[in-house]
Design a binder for this molecule. Structure first.
Ligand code: F6R
Ligand code: MG
Ligand code: MG
Length: 366
């Protein structure tokens, strides 16, 4: 059976700043999907990570389907009405266009989706991150799909030894999708050259070279490219099919123990470590730290099992403690050096304006 999994997510308002959406707001999105999605969807799941709400949908209509996208857009409009009524912060902030025009891509919400022949057992992982951008997944994906130090399956599993194809997008290119396809392991160094630059080059998808099957889809939108200015970090979502021809769940999860420094956190303008958190977690310290949640499902005939929280295990408490220490250490250096993002990535224009004024006051000494 051919199934499409689509995740469409947006920040449409949250309590007390950028902490989390209200229960009523999540309820409004969920009941819109229940009421209007029944005929189209095999199954759905609505959840929040930080201030973002994600709608996960299983259906048979293929990626980019107008009615699926309209359903999500209208669910977010219904949620925005609640956000306005409750006076939530940033009500409707990611809905950047007034009228739906066939596809939510380019309208503010983030999207990742793929279509595949459902395996008899179809385990998959749904990731949602807040207070960071899509490049945050570059390192975990590189390690999971290209490095045998992380993924013994690359040596042990015959279906994985042929490696994986990485499709990487240049997200600074706004006139269309500018992509490159590179193959691991032959192109390993080229993949690394691109993925180190997380603000420009982002993994968009990963494919098994043995079977040609798609393993990964990542949302790659950059809000500032759509709005022409910064309107918040892009808080990416990702789907990963696991086991058999693909890395095991544990191989996909392992890199998150690093807690790598990523772009985002306070005012979308800092470098802070990425903390793996339980589902439906809030945001706190320094409008962060950047967080990532992971929900595991199995699926049959497009129907989900109950969700399992992949970062709830006690192992991750230790990781969270270490990430908190890294976060506090980085904050001790305030605005200095690596703590803040380069000029081109700051979410506010204040520094630019100040620099312009100061520039006029520079003089050449005789
Ligand atoms: C991302 C996020 C932040 C804010 C940023 C700007 O989820 O919440 O990137 O968008 O801190 O916040 P405001 O709009 O309050 O200045
Ligand atoms: Mg926000
Ligand atoms: Mg957010």
């Amino acid at each position: 059976m051919k199934i499409t999994l689509s995740v469409i997510k947006a920040d449409i308002g949250s309590i007390g700043g950028h902490i989390r959406p209200s229960q009523r707001l999540i309820g409004a999105v969920r009941s819109h999907i229940m009421q209007h999605g029944n005929d189209m969807l095999r199954d759905s799941h609505v959840s929040s990570t930080g201030d973002d709400i994600a709608i996960l949908m299983a259906h048979e209509r293929g990626p980019g389907d107008e009615e699926i996208h309209r359903l999500a857009w209208e669910a977010f409009l219904a949620g925005t009405a609640v956000a306005q009524e409750q006076g939530l912060y940033g009500a409707g902030q990611d809905l950047l266009k007034d009228a739906f025009s066939g596809n939510v891509r380019g309208m503010g919400p983030a999207v990742c989706e793929f279509e595949f022949d459902e395996r008899p057992s179809e385990p998959f992982l749904f990731f949602a991150a807040d207070k960071t951008d899509p490049g945050a997944y570059n390192l975990p994906l590189y390690l999971a799909f290209a490095d045998p130090m992380n993924t013994p399956g690359l040596m042990l599993a015959p279906s994985m030894t042929a490696g994986f194809r990485f499709v990487i997008m240049d997200v600074n290119h706004t006139e269309g999708d500018r992509i490159i396809e590179l193959e691991a392991p032959e192109d390993l160094y080229d993949i690394a050259v691109l993925l180190r630059d997380t603000e420009r080059y982002v993994v968009e998808s990963i494919w098994s070279r043995a079977s040609g099957e798609q393993a990964v889809t990542v949302s790659t939108s950059r809000l500032h490219n759509i709005a022409g200015k910064y309107t918040g970090k892009d808080d990416p979502v990702m789907l990963v099919r696991v086991q058999k021809d693909f890395p095991a769940t544990g191989e996909i999860l392992a890199p998150y123990a690093i807690g790598p420094y990523v772009a985002g956190c306070m005012r979308g303008s800092h470098q802070m470590p990425l903390m793996p958190v339980p589902r439906n977690s809030d945001i706190s310290y320094f409008d962060g730290p950047p967080v990532v949640s992971c929900t595991a499902f199995s699926m049959h005939d497009g129907k989900f099992t109950e969700p399992v929280d992949a970062f709830a295990h006690p192992f991750w408490d230790k990781v969270r403690d270490r990430v908190a220490d890294k976060a506090i250490d980085m904050r001790r250096q305030g605005f200095f050096g690596a703590a803040m993002l380069p000029m081109s990535e700051l979410e506010y224009t204040g520094i630019m304006e100040k620099l312009q004024v100061l520039d006029g006051r520079f003089r050449l000494r005789d």
